[in-house]
Design a protein around this ligand. Structure first.
Ligand SMILES: [Zn+2]
Length: 108
């Protein structure tokens, strides 16, 4: 069983428990707050919709998601948006750091 984004239900539950704030900028998600800014959106850390596990599926805010789009994570972290919001490799959530460390291993 999966939701409309193709994310398995058990992954969805785990991620919702883990990511109570944006994995990139750290804005707290408020389920009672309907403002679009703080709205959690589904994010594939590595832009590959086939990777549907808890290491690649996460929640980030709408503005981070919109800014990242189809950019590679490492490239996006160098963007003006991230500079402005002070989003850095060592300021992001652990799940993102893990993904970055795996990318480095791949390159070697
Ligand atoms: Zn964010």
């Amino acid at each position: 069983m999966s939701n409309k984004w193709g994310i398995p239900k058990e992954v969805e539950i785990l991620v919702k428990q883990r990511d109570t704030e944006c994995i990139y900028c750290g804005v707290k998600f408020d389920i009672n707050n309907s403002s679009r800014k703080d709205k959690p959106t589904w994010e594939h850390i590595i832009n590959d919709i086939r990777i549907n596990n808890v290491e690649n599926i996460a929640l980030c805010c709408l503005s981070c998601n919109a800014s990242k789009g189809a950019k590679l994570l490492v490239n996006w972290l160098e963007s003006d948006y991230c500079k402005r919001k002070n989003i850095q490799k060592n300021s992001v959530a652990n799940v993102v750091k893990l993904a970055i460390s795996k990318m480095k291993v791949k390159k070697l």
